[in-house]
Write a protein that binds this ligand. Structure first.
Ligand code: AHN
Ligand code: ZN
Length: 258
C-alpha cells in the first residue's frame, strides 16, 4: 500500500501506536496516510480500513482463523489505490488524503447481525486513534468518504443513517453523482439504519469532518451480505463492476470539487 501510494505521487506517513482490544490484548496498529497537494488548505479525505478480521465468528467452521476479507477491508483498499493512480494522472482542485485505517475489525463478537450497544466502542480502534492524534496537528477536510464493503457482486448502497445524521449534504452529493453516472440502481436514495459503528463516526465526532460511509445493505439480512465475517468473504464475492461503480462515483465527486 505504501509503495503503491508513493508510486502514485503521494507523500506517505505511517502512523504507529498501540491499542487495547476488547479481550485485553495489546494490539500494535499502523495507519497509513497518502497525501496529494500538501500546499492546499482545502482537502478531501477518502478512507477505508485495511485490516481484516482475525477470526470468523459468524462462520460455522474454522471460527478461530482469520478471514480473507476480500470485501470487508480489501474492496475499499483496492478502490482507493486505483483512485490514487488517477490522482497522479489528473489535476484536481482541493488536496486529497487517502487514509487506510488499522484495527477496525477487531470488535467484540456478538450474536446479532448488527452490533449491540455494549460492544460499540470495541470497533474502529485505529480510526479512533487517528482522530485523536491526526497525522498533521489540527488536520481538517471539507468532507470525508469512507468505503467499507464496497465490492460484492450485486451490492446495493442505501443511504446509511448515521451518515445522513452527520453529513446529509455529502450523502446527497454522492448519490446524485452516482445516479448521473448511471449507477442509480446501485445507489438507492433511501435511508437504512444498520451500521452501529464504523470509521466515519470518530471522524465526525472527534474531528468534526462531515463524513459518510458507502457500505452495502442487503435487504435479505437487513444488514451486510451473508458472507460477512465468514470465510466466504473471499475473492469469489468480488465483482469488478461493483468496484467500478463505487470508484468512478467517488472519483467524479473529487473531480467536481473546486
Ligand atoms: C458492525 O456493524 C458490526 N460493524 C460495522 C463496522 C464493520 C465491521 N465494518 C466492517 N466490519
Ligand atoms: Zn468486518
Amino acid at each position: 500500500m505504501v509503495s503503491r501510494l508513493k508510486g502514485s505521487g503521494a507523500t506517505v506517513i505511517e502512523q504507529t501506536g498501540n491499542v487495547l482490544s476488547f479481550n485485553g490484548e495489546r494490539l500494535p496498529l499502523r495507519n497509513i496516510i497518502g497525501s496529494w497537494n500538501l500546499d492546499r488548505q482545502e482537502r478531501i479525505l477518502l478512507f477505508a480500513h485495511w485490516d481484516t478480521r482475525p477470526f470468523a465468528d459468524r462462520d460455522t467452521e474454522r471460527k478461530n482463523e482469520p478471514i480473507d476479507g476480500a470485501n470487508d477491508g480489501g474492496s475499499g483498499v483496492g478502490i482507493l489505490l486505483e483512485i490514487a493512480r488517477h490522482l497522479a494522472a489528473k489535476e484536481h482542485g482541493p488536496g486529497v488524503d487517502i487514509l487506510f485505517t488499522d484495527v477496525e475489525d477487531h470488535g467484540e463478537p456478538s450474536g446479532a447481525m448488527t452490533i449491540d450497544e455494549n460492544s460499540m466502542d470495541t470497533w474502529c480502534l485505529g480510526s479512533r486513534y487517528w482522530a485523536r492524534n491526526p497525522h498533521v496537528p489540527g488536520y481538517t477536510a471539507r468532507f470525508g468518504i469512507l468505503l467499507d464493503m464496497a465490492g460484492a457482486r450485486e451490492a446495493k448502497f442505501y443511504q446509511e443513517a448515521l451518515s445522513m445524521q452527520y453529513a446529509p449534504g455529502i450523502v446527497r452529493k454522492v448519490w446524485k453523482t452516482a445516479a448521473a453516472l448511471g449507477y442509480g440502481d446501485r445507489f438507492i436514495q433511501e435511508t437504512k439504519y444498520f451500521v452501529g459503528i464504523d470509521d466515519h463516526i470518530p471522524v465526525n465526532q472527534t474531528l468534526r469532518i462531515p463524513s459518510i460511509d458507502i457500505i452495502e445493505y442487503d435487504p435479505s439480512t437487513q444488514a451486510f451480505g451473508p458472507y460477512w465475517h465468514t470465510h466466504k468473504d473471499n475473492m469469489e464475492v468480488i465483482d469488478p463492476a461493483t468496484l467500478k461503480a463505487v470508484g468512478q462515483t467517488v472519483m467524479e465527486v473529487v473531480w467536481k470539487e473546486r
